[in-house]
Unconditional design. Sequence first.
Length: 319
Amino acid sequence: MAAPSRSAVLTASAYLALALTWGSSFLLMKVSLDSFSPAQIAIGRILIGALTLGALMALTRRRWPRERRIWGHMTVVAVFLCVLPFLLFAWAETLLPSGIAAVINATTPIWTAIATALTVRGARLHPGQVVGVLLGLCGVALAMGAWQVVSDPAFLASFPAQLACLGATASYGIAFTWMQRFVAGRHHHDALSIAAVQLTAAAAIGLLLAPFLALDPIRGGFAPAPVLALTTLGMLGTGLAYIWNTRVLSAWGAIAAASVTYLTPLVGIALGVILLAEPLTWYEPVGALVIILSVLLVQRRFDGLLLALRRRPSEAAAV
């Protein structure tokens, strides 16, 4: 068996780094909320991420892309992959444990598959993918404990936040599909350059929104833990992570790249329970497993197994 190429190893490493980084983002947002408002967290992490990638561009002496097409498409990606979901997730975590936000985040590949089927010519959902989408919705309802709507007033209070998380993952799905359709494979720039364009566009949008959304007073001053959490969230979860994401998406495609989000619940739930002492109900991890199964169906990971099972009876009959 041939050894994997250096490029394949780097892509797989970027995928695992994304899972760990984005899985811990929910914990970092929760800690940041001790001092900062949701809008301050969303815009702050974007600005820190943009500064991080801008510094890397300068240190490595890369040339910024000049094509208007790239800047235009990456501005769309910036809205749906950064600005909108960051605002939604940060606000949602004012009402939700970080673990449940991480679980709902795992629906991103489902929305990516739906967006791809609706917007990419010739792309259709396979019957197994339709089953996966329906199963994913059931998994989300299970992870949310949706049956509590009739018995628990607290659930009703948190329900808008859970819908906000779903809106954020749908936004991710649109961004992944847009990037695969209009950006991936259509330029000669590397992952750092494209990610830097994306974060720069997002930072410009964030600065325009800041006077309207992010002028709340800092609660308790600049406490060390929230400041460190927000800085880490910006440099890693928003800066370096988008370099890794661009590399994985270019190499594997939108749906496969989006599958990183079915590893993030494992990281998010574990960190929430261990570091924040968040309560863990039986239905959250079970719902996460159902969502992961649904994502595997959406990505058609079981097609080879089903084909092999179908062949066996026919081969036996031929004998």
